[in-house]
Design a protein around this ligand. Structure first.
Ligand code: COA
Ligand code: AMP
Length: 627
């Protein structure tokens, strides 16, 4: 089957296309309603019943693959390596589901998981899924405030956490962060289950905290609970344009069908083969391609607690690929930029046998052509850039390694994945022609696996994604389709930035900076960063009468953002400026600041209030290495 045939089949008769894909899964009740609508929203497989944890574990055991490795934990930061067969992983998951059940977790209840990259994070996710509960994993690099916001929104019955995470050689104690988050949150979970790691023992609260190991000793394994296809599997919060993150809701049925299909069609992974997504379970890539995708496919997944460099060196990725016979690796371009910086000729790769490695996949941010070329040259493997978002849960555009590899074009995520009808629209929603840049939109219905709503806020789903262009999902990304239908994603059209493959909201940073008593006004923009793609930079106007040295305030602002969002925000630059460029109606001209920072030619808008501030700003930015 060629790419075009596969794609055409998905658009000509999408119900038949997806019914065929769904038929490959072992549903408890096979769906007959493939696509339907409820309250104006599309639903996939609405009368189907299944359990995602069963499909990811028990099903493979029933097929005779119980002894096959399901999960490999490789942790250079703790010098640990461990393999779980499908049977071992299922048994751990069933027991932990029993622990959750004993804490009162039932179908539909929420479980927040705030964990480092240890197998117990995946076990907790799958255990929640086993009970038909809804997990919400919070990335371990987020500060208490961020965790508190998520706890308040998801209102979990239980929080699962660990005593510490390890950042290269730094032990980060999680428990004080968790305690502080629960103190800040309005909602209080009934209990917290804490996995004590040998590197650091957490102090437990007698009336709330439960020790993971002790609870597992007495646990009664829980069986999978059938859920409706449309029942939520998880909530994953992602940055929007405001300070309040959006809880992307993923259903069970569409998710299982889409990920199962993607493992074969996009990544060309068959049961028993080894797939490695070098991400974190706190991000969508970790959900889809460390935990659910590879397990739904009966493959072997790797959970890597380390970095691309420093653990111990820039050969780490190649070592893991060789050691476990990885067939496809998936990581963010930033990781490869970091490796390239440390080891430009990939000398460290030469000691490893990479003959089993077929393909390198990248996503999470724009794959710049120099990094693309470097990765192709040093590895000699096809490098596939693919574009997707937390909201979609799987790739929107890709080169389908399991269908037909099309000629690659550097800078492009290739062509739409079957099921996605991608169009470029102008501001009025009119389709644009080839090579014309505009808003990237996806014609409704979205394929299975994409967000079904925003948790507790269907209105935000509609207003944030569906209202801008009726009949379409607005991706928030801008770009163009070329004459061959290849998509080039050029960047966000909103206030979301991408730092080291991590999605961050400049609006949220602005809210935090504005809370500083000396700040009158501010704006945060993303400026180019050689390693991390973008770095956030704050421009700050102080209140009249503030005499404190600007450098002191700048440092305080950096510390404030780190404290409120976390180190992962990478907010290291705040610049006190005498004036901010604004329109006469008072809107800060962020685009102009970005253009100055990127060294682009800019046109002074006619609406600008005080054009004289521009040369002054440009000079200041140059002085600080920001232009
Ligand atoms: N828990 C606690 N802190 C964390 C963390 C976690 N899980 N993850 C990151 N941090 C901290 C880091 O220690 C660092 O702290 P510092 O400012 O005190 O040094 C900060 O957050 C920024 O982290 P990061 O952006 O990862 O930068 P780095 O300089 O530590 O590492 C790279 C650079 C390139 C190695 C790293 O960014 C990387 O691996 N990027 C790939 C990202 C990725 O896989 N994204 C997933 C999307 S697919
Ligand atoms: P996240 O929701 O964290 O996965 O981030 C999604 C955003 O990352 C997208 O909206 C894009 O802006 C960006 N992104 C992800 N993958 C790519 C890619 N392959 N090329 C360009 N941008 C990408």
């Amino acid at each position: 089957m060629s790419y075009l045939q596969e794609y055409q089949a998905s658009v000509d008769d999408s119900a038949t296309f997806w019914a065929n894909k769904a038929a490959k899964l072992a549903w408890y009740k096979k769906p007959t309603a493939i696509i339907s609508q409820q309250n104006g929203f599309y639903q996939w497989f609405s009368d189907g019943e299944l359990n995602t944890s069963y499909l990811a574990l028990d099903y493979h055991i029933e097929q005779g693959r119980g002894e096959q490795t399901a999960l490999i934990y490789d942790s250079p930061v703790t010098q640990t390596k461990r393999r779980y067969s499908y049977t071992e992983l299922r048994d751990e998951v069933a027991k932990f589901a029993g622990v959750l059940k004993a804490q009162g977790v039932n179908k539909g209840d929420r479980v927040v998981i705030y964990m480092p990259m240890i197998p117990e994070a995946a076990i907790a996710m799958l255990a929640s899924a086993r009970l038909g509960a809804v997990h919400s994993v919070v990335f371990g690099g987020f500060a208490p405030h961020e965790l508190a916001v998520r706890i308040d929104d998801a209102t979990p019955k239980v929080v699962v956490s660990a005593s510490c995470g390890i950042e290269v050689n730094r032990v980060i104690s999680y428990k004080p962060l968790l305690d502080s988050a629960i103190e800040k949150a309005q909602h209080k979970p009934d209990s917290c289950i804490i996995f004590q790691r040998p590197q650091h023992q957490a102090t437990m609260l007698a009336d709330r905290d439960i020790d993971w190991h002790t609870a597992m000793q007495d646990a009664t394994p829980a069986e999978p609970v059938p859920v409706k296809s449309t029942d939520p599997l998880y909530i994953l919060y992602t940055s929007g344009t405001t300070g309040k993150p959006k809880g992307v809701v993923r259903d069970n049925g569409g998710h299982a069908v889409a990920l199962h299909y993607s493992m074969q069609a996009i990544y060309n992974i068959k049961p028993g083969e080894v797939f490695w997504a070098a991400s974190d379970v706190g991000w969508v890539v970790g959900h889809s391609y460390i935990v659910y995708g590879p397990l739904l496919a009966g493959a072997t997944s790797i959970l890597y607690e380390g970095k691309p460099i420093f653990t111990p060196d820039a050969g780490a990725f190649w070592r893991v690929c060789a050691e476990y016979g990885v067939k496809a690796i998936f990581a963010a371009p930033t990781a490869f930029r970091a490796i390239r910086k440390e080891d430009p000729h990939a000398d460290l790769m030469k000691q490893y046998d990479l003959s089993k490695l077929d393909t390198i996949f990248m996503a999470g941010e724009r794959l710049d052509p120099p990094t693309y070329h470097w990765a192709c040259e040093v590895s000699g493997k096809p490098v596939i850039d693919h574009w997707w978002q937390t909201e979609t849960g799987w790739a929107i555009c890709a080169n389908l390694a399991g269908v037909e590899l099309l000629p690659a074009k550097p800078g492009s995520a290739t062509r739409p994945v079957p099921g996605y009808h991608v169009q470029i629209l102008d501001e009025n929603g009119q389709p644009l022609g080839a090579n014309q840049q505009g808003n990237i939109a996806i014609k409704l219905p979205l394929p299975p696996g994409c967000l079904s709503t925003i948790w507790g806020n269907a209105e935000r789903y509609t207003s944030g994604y569906l209202n801008q262009f009726p009949g379409y999902y607005s991706s928030g990304d801008g770009g163009y389709l070329d004459e061959d239908g290849y998509l080039f994603v050029m960047g966000r059209t909103d206030d979301v930035i991408n730092v080291a493959g991590h999605r961050l909201s400049t609006g949220e940073m602005e809210e935090i900076i504005a809370s500083h008593p000396a700040v009158a006004e501010c704006c945060v923009i993303g400026l180019p960063d050689e390693l991390k793609g973008q770095q956030p930079v704050g421009f700050v106007l102080l209140k009249n009468g503030i005499t404190t040295d600007a450098s002191i305030i700048q440092n305080e602002l950096v510390a404030l953002v780190r404290q409120e969002i976390g180190a992962v925000a990478c907010f290291k630059r705040a610049l006190v400026v005498p004036r901010l460029p604004k329109t006469r109606s008072g809107k800060i001209l962020r685009k102009l600041l970005r253009q100055i920072g990127e060294g682009e030619n800019y046109q002074i808008p006619s609406t600008i209030d005080d054009p004289a501030c521009l040369p002054e700003l440009e000079q200041l930015m140059k002085q600080h290495g920001l232009a």
